[in-house]
Design a protein around this ligand. Structure first.
Ligand SMILES: NC(=O)c1ccc[n+]([C@@H]2O[C@H](COP(=O)([O-])OP(=O)(O)OC[C@H]3O[C@@H](n4cnc5c(N)ncnc54)[C@H](OP(=O)(O)O)[C@@H]3O)[C@@H](O)[C@H]2O)c1
Length: 298
């Protein structure tokens, strides 16, 4: 169902992040539909409840999108207090202030595929039971629950393995950039081939968000690009599209131990999206090709 459109006022938290910056760019072309207030960490620290309350109650927002998170999956295992402070308590602070300012506002929380255990053979749908196996995944699932039980209207938009033009702030780029950089430098490349996921372009998530906001959808939505692959397949495709001839060795995940456990399969698919919008996420291959064109690799 498409809502009757009046201009929505949106607060975007995490506006300088990989996803946040693409939301800013995409929504800047939709000023007839939205007034977007882009909030960076300098404007709002979601762990500071009083500051969050002040910022979010200073204007009447129709939608608050929280794209801020502590995303360093391995570091979260040691820094578990910080993981919960940002990903769970921070989400609660945002949800409380959102509903205090406007009880009818929609609270959007960006979720992750890492809420799943990864032992399922097929892609995860919204009705599959979460069972996180890392502190990061647990803190993000807690964030989902806290948002859902705090506000009247929430949208949990779960995405996975993202690549975007800005690169993840804490990771100094993204997987695609790292692979291309190392291949161009002639460095040997080894990438795991037994972990399956759905690579997702942040610009596509921004366009999905627009479609979702035009519908009345609430609850959990899986918003990955269509299809799935291993990290190795993803890396091989990126180099092939970019016209870089460089070998990539395929290795099993247990040859590359990490502090945090990762789901062996975290591919996402939506069985809810088509009930609310005609918008469909394109296959990850087209999204990757488009990203590489925009970054002038092709
Ligand atoms: N990256 C992935 O592969 C992936 C996969 C699935 C889901 N997600 C989810 O997608 C969302 C966006 O991720 P991303 O890749 O865009 O991450 P990102 O580039 O690290 O962006 C996160 C933003 O949040 C900000 N932030 C961190 N702590 C904050 C705080 N206490 N208060 C206010 N802002 C804070 C960061 O600011 P600073 O730059 O100042 O730290 C950064 O701008 C997150 O919810 C993440 O959990 C990401």
């Amino acid at each position: 169902m498409v809502r009757s459109m009046s201009r929505s006022k949106i607060a975007l938290i995490g506006a300088k992040g990989q996803l946040g910056s693409d939301i800013v760019q995409y929504f800047s072309e939709l000023s007839d539909r939205y007034e977007l207030i882009a909030l960076t960490r300098a404007d709002i620290d979601i762990t500071n409840a009083e500051q969050v309350r002040q910022v979010l109650t200073s204007q009447r927002f129709d939608v608050v999108v929280n794209s801020a998170a502590y995303i360093m999956v391995d570091d979260c295992e040691q820094e578990f207090e910080n993981a919960f402070k940002v990903n769970a308590i921070g989400a609660l602070n945002v949800a409380r202030a959102t509903s205090e300012a406007n009880p009818d506002a929609l609270s959007v929380y960006i979720g992750t595929d890492y809420v799943f255990k990864g032992d399922q053979a097929s892609p995860y749908t919204e009705s599959d039971q979460p069972y996180p196996i890392s502190i990061y995944g647990t803190s993000k699932l807690t964030g989902e629950y806290l948002v859902q039980q705090t506000v009247k209207r929430s949208l949990i938009l779960r995405i996975s393995s993202v690549f975007g033009k800005a690169g993840a702030s804490g990771k100094g780029g993204n997987f695609v950039e790292t692979i291309i950089k190392k291949a161009k430098a002639g460095e040997p490349l080894k990438v795991v081939n037994d972990i399956t996921m759905s690579p997702t372009y942040t610009y596509d998530v921004a366009s999905l968000l627009d479609a979702l906001l035009q519908s009345d959808v609430t609850g959990v939505i899986h918003g990955a690009n269509a299809g799935s692959c291993s990290w190795h397949e993803f890396a091989v495709k990126a180099l092939a599209f970019a016209g870089i001839d460089h070998p990539i060795a395929a290795i099993p995940a247990d040859a590359f131990p990490t502090k945090a456990r990762r789901p062996m399969n975290s591919a996402l698919i939506s069985d809810r999206l088509s009930h609310f919008t005609d918008f469909q996420m394109r296959p990850w291959q087209s999204a990757l090709e488009n990203y590489l064109i925009e970054k002038a690799y092709i």
